[in-house]
Ligand binder design. Structure first.
Ligand code: PLP
Length: 382
């Protein structure tokens, strides 16, 4: 009998070791990890720089409270925010927590309550983040949701115009909806949101928990759009496998988050901050990001070649790629796993590929070959 709540549909393999893109299970079988802990292990498994950072910090100091000053948090915040219009950060432990902080800050600053979010979005599973999430299945059975959330169709100009009243504190969105099916914001919609926020004094919260930290080929995905978030949330890739989240905001918002307004015991823990600093130092290097873009172009090109005669659709940016198969992909994901490729579902019909940003061209080739062999029976694949 298990002593764990069965709230995860766990796959029946036990992964015991990882190096780079490859993970090995307790039977000694190896897999190409194109899940990366769902966009977490951005530098792959056992990256020497992260092992060094964690090892050194673990010899020095594990935890002090936010009762004390932290030059390390200051340095990490400065590295994350360099060359952006954002100037402040609050560190926490997860994506949902970063979004909770974002929503609290937006409400406190504006003095308004309502937050607009989008269908198929995912923002986490705490009470506020769950209410913000645009997926019924996430909310089922938990009773009445927190009020003041309005969910409208993504990329639908008319519905957003109707919802964006003077009562609205913030619009919250993902630039690419990761969990919801790898759905990208359209340029028209990004422009409209920018105009509406400006005209109506509405704050823009961009949730980059999945898309941030180089995943889409730029430091943040919003940099590839017209969007200029007032508040930006991060987690997942920020710690490369060590839990950390962050909420960033503009200088204008500072007064609304004074002492005592918000906090968390473990936020900005020295171990997490040291590892995240190593992650950011690596990934925000323009040469590294250029390589991510080069690998992304290669992956997309190979997938396009393989699926050109199939009804499958390719979506995504950088190394966040979705293959929409138009059918329930649960069984296909299992077959891929049996063939040595770990991928994860997005929505019902999409196979999501999230390799480490350090993935090699040879590993991309190997993964595409596995995808091709597993999917060839489902469609006419060359
Ligand atoms: N926001 C987005 C866009 C996510 O993809 C996720 C997790 O998948 C979350 C928020 C929640 O993050 P966490 O699971 O760290 O609470």
């Amino acid at each position: 009998m298990s002593h764990l709540f069965p709230n995860y549909a766990r796959r029946p393999i036990h992964l015991v070791e990882g190096k780079g893109t490859v993970v090995t299970d307790s039977d000694g079988k190896s897999y190409l990890d194109f899940i990366s802990g769902i966009a977490v292990n951005c530098l792959g498994h056992s990256h020497p720089a992260l092992i060094k950072a964690l090892g050194e910090q673990s010899q020095q100091l594990w935890h002090v409270s936010n009762l004390f000053e932290s030059p390390e948090q200051e340095r990490l915040a400065a590295s994350i925010l360099q060359d952006t219009h954002l100037s402040r950060i609050f560190f926490c432990n997860s994506g949902a927590e970063a979004n909770e902080a974002a929503m609290k800050l937006a409400r406190k600053y504006t003095g308004k309550h309502s937050i607009i979010t989008f269908e198929h979005s995912f923002h986490g599973r705490t009470f506020g983040a769950m209410a913000a999430t645009g997926q019924e299945k996430v909310k089922q059975g938990f009773g009445p949701m927190l009020p003041s959330f309005v969910t409208v169709p993504f990329n639908d100009l008319e519905s957003l115009t109707a919802a964006a009243t003077e009562e609205v504190a913030a619009i919250m969105l993902e630039v690419i909806q990761g969990e919801g099916g790898v759905n990208e914001i359209t340029p028209d919609f990004a422009k409209m949101i920018t105009d509406i926020c400006h005209d109506k004094g509405i704050l823009l919260i961009v949730d980059e928990v999945q898309t941030g930290i180089g995943r889409t080929g730029t430091r943040f995905a919003y940099e590839q759009t017209l969007l200029k978030p007032d508040i930006l949330t991060l987690a997942k890739g920020l710690g490369g496998g060590f839990p950390i989240g962050a909420m960033a905001g503009t200088d204008e918002l500072v007064a609304a988050f004074g002492p005592g307004t918000h906090g968390t015991t473990f936020g900005g823990n020295p171990l997490a901050v040291r590892v995240a600093q190593a992650v950011v130092d690596h990934i925000f290097d323009p040469v590294f990001l250029e390589e991510v873009n080069m690998k992304s172009i290669y992956l997309q090109k190979r997938l396009q070649e393989v699926f050109q005669d199939s009804p499958f659709q390719l979506r995504g940016r950088g190394l966040l790629v979705g293959v929409d198969c138009g059918i329930d992909v649960g069984p296909l994901i299992e077959e891929l796993q049996e063939s040595g490729l770990l991928a994860v579902q997005a929505g019902q019909t999409v196979i999501r590929l999230l390799p480490p940003l350090t993935v090699s061209i040879e590993e991309i080739d190997e993964a595409v070959d596995i995808l091709c062999s597993v999917l060839k029976e489902k469609a006419t694949v060359s």
